[in-house]
Design a protein around this ligand. Structure first.
Ligand code: ATP
Ligand code: MG
Length: 139
């Protein structure tokens, strides 16, 4: 049974570039409700845990360095079929492959610095959201 929630981060590259407002606007224009929202920063341990599935990949060190170098925006989003709908809105991991109208097409710089994260399953959406937000921060 699909949950109606997903979790996203606006990554350090997009925060640095002043794109928080533009990205949140694309998210709300696409019909997602913002359930939780904050500016925060991942520790090295947070990023290593968050991307643990990639820890044997050659880019893992670079990924952890990137994700911890500055603040991120963390958010929980709600919409029908939220996980899949949000992955469609953000576009392909590599912005060179991202479709027109997607967040990564507009804001991502490279396959590494790609502006946004979107949960890849209902289970991970729940885990990632709960990591950043207490129950009373979820509306
Ligand atoms: P995310 O999990 O951040 O939403 P994704 O699900 O589209 O991204 P994953 O395969 O989970 O892509 O990769 C996680 C992140 O690792 C990517 O978003 C990107 O920042 C980085 N990454 C993936 N592949 C590469 C690569 N070949 N070179 C450098 N960085 C990469
Ligand atoms: Mg992923």
């Amino acid at each position: 049974m699909a949950t109606n929630r997903t979790f996203t981060m606006i990554k350090p590259d997009a925060v640095e570039a002043g794109n928080i407002g533009g990205i949140l606007n694309m998210i709300t224009e696409a019909g997602f409700k913002i359930v939780s929202l904050k500016l925060t920063q991942l520790t090295k341990a947070d990023a290593e845990q968050f991307y643990a599935v990639h820890n044997a990949r050659p880019f893992f060190g670079e990924l952890v360095e990137f994700m911890t170098r500055g603040p991120i925006v963390a958010a929980i989003l709600e919409k029908d079929n939220a996980v899949e709908a949000f992955r469609t809105l953000i576009g392909a991991t590599n912005p060179a492959d991202a479709a027109e109208g997607t967040i990564r097409k507009k804001y991502a710089k490279s396959i590494g610095e790609n502006a946004v994260h979107g949960s890849d399953s209902d289970e991970n959406a729940a885990i990632e959201g709960a990591f950043h937000f207490a129950g009373r921060e979820q509306f």
